[in-house]
Design a protein around this ligand. Sequence first.
Ligand SMILES: Nc1ncnc2c1ncn2[C@@H]1O[C@H](COP(=O)(O)OP(=O)(O)OP(=O)(O)O)[C@@H](O)[C@H]1O
Ligand SMILES: [Mg+2]
Length: 261
Amino acid sequence: MPTSTSSQAVVEVENLCVSYGTDDDEHRVLDGVDVWVEDGAVLCIVGGSGCGKSTLLKTIIGLVSPKSGQVRLLGEPMHELPESEQARLLKRVGVMFQYGALLNSLTVGENVALPLQMHTELAADYVDDLVRTRLELVGLGGTVNLLPSELSGGMRKRAALARAMSLEPEILFCDEPGAGLDPETAAGIDRLLLSLNDQLGMGIVVVTHELLSIDRLNGDLIMLDAGRVAYDGTVTDARQSSLEGLKRFFHPDSTNAGSAG
Ligand SMILES: Nc1ncnc2c1ncn2[C@@H]1O[C@H](COP(=O)(O)OP(=O)(O)OP(=O)(O)O)[C@@H](O)[C@H]1O
Ligand SMILES: [Mg+2]
């Protein structure tokens, strides 16, 4: 791994340990995790359900405090910053949470407009235009005046993605963006992520279980297992890897699947 002084990393996680629960009843989820995301990279994070993928994302963006270890986001020590500095840093970061997390009392358009209104001085007309463009990009043109409760689960996810990219962040974190979507919509989301990466140089970090999506994104991959990074490399190399966890992941139906721990 490169040294942490390089300016080329958008995320540097070093020896990260995260626990839930009390000291007496500690549940260690991450136990010495190292992650390095280069500027403009595409990274997929995989691993079994409950292995800590969402926890890792939440710790990187400051929502969960580490027990120990370092997190640098866009070159800054996230957890050592005062709240106001964290907020300033997070304006440069887009996040699409696993369960959408739209505000239910606001329309879809108002949800997408929120970051623009909070963090920019753009005129209302311009914000409206941007909101419509963003919604069209995720295939939700025409939903601007609907409430989140009037959308399907997949549409809510796409609206959350439109909101996450509304400020054209330098890095975009997406937790299971394709889960629950029909194959065509999921492929469309991947194309959109790749075009954001390609045209704006946006770093993309995606938690996903979807093999098709991992192949389409075709960037770097890490696999979490038992609180640690079990694999760190490219998707291409991961497919050839002899690591049992990766073999099971990429070939879940093969005869050896499940035979090794
Ligand atoms: N706020 C919390 N309080 C206590 N325990 C939590 C909390 N959030 C997560 N956990 C626990 O931490 C572990 C990791 O959860 P996490 O949501 O990070 O997993 P994940 O890899 O994202 O799983 P999935 O693929 O199902 O989304 C789980 O055992 C979970 O029960
Ligand atoms: Mg999760």
